[in-house]
Design a binder for this molecule. Structure first.
Ligand code: AHR
Length: 314
């Protein structure tokens, strides 16, 4: 794999203090993990100070958060843009003011950013589509629950899935709903979709929270036996995606890596005038019944180690 290495022209090495502003679009377990990784990785850079703000899925709040970071004089901005159209202008404003911008997870409609760190959402959608086609042996009726319409992963995951399903014309998408990445919205949408369709073979939700919402609705309506539920994220905290796959509620999910450590490494390379890749593409992997339990056991092991370290620290 070939990566282009860049050097940030406006960032010369300085050995003092770097203020990094992180603007998260939302609050959920996936982002909590990313924030923890960023904070942990920052410990390796004592000269870095990281401030994290969350916009709680509100474009206006995120624009305000970023403007506040600009006023504060941050040395670098890390942004997960809520919706591309709405957030692009303020990111361009920061970039034009000479502040390096690292986009994470979601993208904007402009090339005015310094680097991107995240998975290839088109590729994840394509892999999910291939999985669905195999799982249904090329024939069946499916429902698609999408994430927030204006956010780039929702668009890219859908495009990737459609690309794969183009090869299997006997798989039909019979209903679609935008649940904005939320469990409750997905549950509500599926509440009204299920009674309208007697045969549904699979519900593909663009993240695990929505897949869990879809499952809950189906469980209330006694429809879980005939329907397979597929999500994306594979967050391994208790009660999230990996657990639900191990419990047999979700049929499968795809790892959407949080990559907070990589975000911090790229940010520091930019600030310290070191080479960095403009695109850091994090890879994905399928989690289904065959590997979910192993992932769970590994997590339990890591948690036990963490507890031991805490006891030793005290
Ligand atoms: O931006 C993509 C989505 O954002 C993740 O898949 C989701 O769970 C997160 O909140």
């Amino acid at each position: 794999c070939f990566t282009f290495l860049f050097l940030c022209s406006s960032c010369s090495q300085k050995d003092e203090h770097y203020l990094i502003g992180v603007s998260q679009c939302s609050e959920d377990e996936w982002r909590t993990q990313m924030n923890k990784e960023i904070t942990r990785e920052a410990l390796f850079y004592p000269q870095a100070e990281v401030k994290i703000k969350t916009a709680k899925d509100d474009n206006r709040k995120q624009i305000e958060d970023i403007k506040e970071f600009i006023r504060e004089g941050v040395d670098l901005l890390v942004v997960a843009p809520n919706e591309a159209n709405a957030i692009t202008p303020v990111i361009e404003e920061a970039f034009d003011a000479g502040i390096p911008v690292v986009l994470v997870d979601r993208k904007i409609h402009s090339s005015k950013y310094t680097a991107y760190v995240g998975a290839d959402n088109y590729e994840i959608g394509r892999q999910a589509g291939m999985y669905i086609a195999n799982r249904l042996h090329g024939k069946g009726q499916i429902v698609e629950i999408t994430g927030l319409k204006g956010s780039t992963p929702a668009v890219e995951r859908h495009r990737g899935m459609m690309e794969s399903l183009a090869e299997t014309p006997d798989i039909k998408i019979i209903a679609k709903a935008d649940a904005k990445w939320f469990q409750q919205d997905a549950e509500k949408a599926v509440d009204s979709i299920l009674p309208q369709h007697k045969q549904i073979d699979l519900i593909f939700a663009q993240n695990d929270r929505m897949a869990i919402g879809a499952y809950r609705s189906a469980a209330r309506q006694g429809r879980t036996k005939d329907i397979a539920f597929v999500g994306i994220d594979a967050v391994w905290s208790e009660g999230y995606g990996v657990d639900r796959v191990a419990a047999g509620e979700l049929d499968a999910t795809f790892i959407y890596p949080t990559g907070g450590d990589r975000v911090m490494q790229v940010a520091m390379a930019i600030l310290q005038g070191k080479p960095y890749a403009r695109d850091t593409n994090l890879s994905t992997a399928l989690v289904n019944r065959s590997n979910a339990r192993i992932m769970q056991m590994q997590t339990e092991h890591i948690l036990r180690l963490d507890q031991k370290i805490e006891i030793l620290d005290n």
